[in-house]
Design a protein around this ligand. Structure first.
Ligand code: AMP
Length: 238
């Protein structure tokens, strides 16, 4: 079986994985990490729960550690696009966890909160920026962010992104990115419109896919019971 040590990941990344208690790579990680570490573009079909965040975060941290380039002012080296603020937060936390022994900064930006704090965080430049598309465009229009220095783009949950109506924002964002970049594309499903996007944005991508994770344990009996908030504790105890 593949081990994390087989990939040749930077030592600080391996240390963080060890501390997180990860023993061996999940199937999507085993397939995605080696080509992503080489700088290849990637088209991955994987759902949440498969370990897909580490499948892109680990090779990205490794690649950042290969050069001593600095993030440009009001810019970033890695841009991760996420459809929702919840996912964006989780991704940023994962980068913080896996990168805890590396000097890279990460920031997360999404709508529905004041923009000025995000503008201040971006001013000196950040290595990894995790963003929802709408707020990202707001920041660019306010000249608080430029995408000129992006070396790696990640599009996470691409199908959700389209379902939420982010297609135009996405297209605008991709037009602003440098042509020479690595692109990593993840989606739980690959309907025609997503495959079309992948074809347009990726160069000679490696295709990786894993079967969906089982969401429930088959041998555990499950029931749904509707209860008022006040009754939940007692019902749970019962
Ligand atoms: P994700 O699919 O990226 O949302 O990850 C699902 C969960 O699996 C997260 O809580 C991760 O911390 C955890 N995880 C990811 N990769 C591994 C691994 N190789 N070993 C153990 N846990 C992992």
């Amino acid at each position: 079986m593949t081990q994390f040590t087989d990939f040749g990941l930077a030592q600080p990344v391996l240390r963080a994985l060890d501390e997180a208690g990860y023993q061996s790579p999940t199937p999507i990680q085993a397939q995605a990490i080696p080509p992503a570490m080489q700088g290849r573009d990637l088209c991955g079909i994987a759902q949440t729960g498969t370990g897909k965040t580490a499948a892109f975060a680990l090779p990205i941290l490794h690649r950042l550690s290969l050069s001593d380039r600095r993030a440009p002012r009001r810019g970033c080296r890695v841009l991760v696009l996420s459809p929702t603020r919840e996912l964006a937060n989780q991704i940023a936390e994962s980068f913080s966890d896996y990168g805890r022994h590396l000097p890279y900064t990460n920031t997360v930006v999404f709508g529905g909160v004041t923009i000025s704090r995000q503008e201040r965080a971006l001013a000196p430049g950040v290595d990894i920026l995790v963003a929802t598309p709408g707020r990202l465009i707001d920041l660019i229009e306010r000249r608080s962010l430029t995408l000129e220095g992006v070396e790696i783009l990640v599009l996470d949950e691409a199908d959700q992104m389209l379902d939420l109506g982010f297609i135009h924002a996405l297209k605008r964002i991709v037009r602003m990115l440098p042509g020479k970049r690595q692109s990593l594309f993840f989606s739980a499903t690959m309907p025609k419109n997503i495959a079309g996007l992948a074809e347009q944005y990726l160069t000679d991508p490696v295709q990786v896919a894993v079967t969906p994770v089982a969401t429930t344990a088959e041998r555990v009996e499950q029931q749904v019971i509707f209860a008022h908030t006040g009754a939940k504790q007692a019902l749970l105890a019962h």
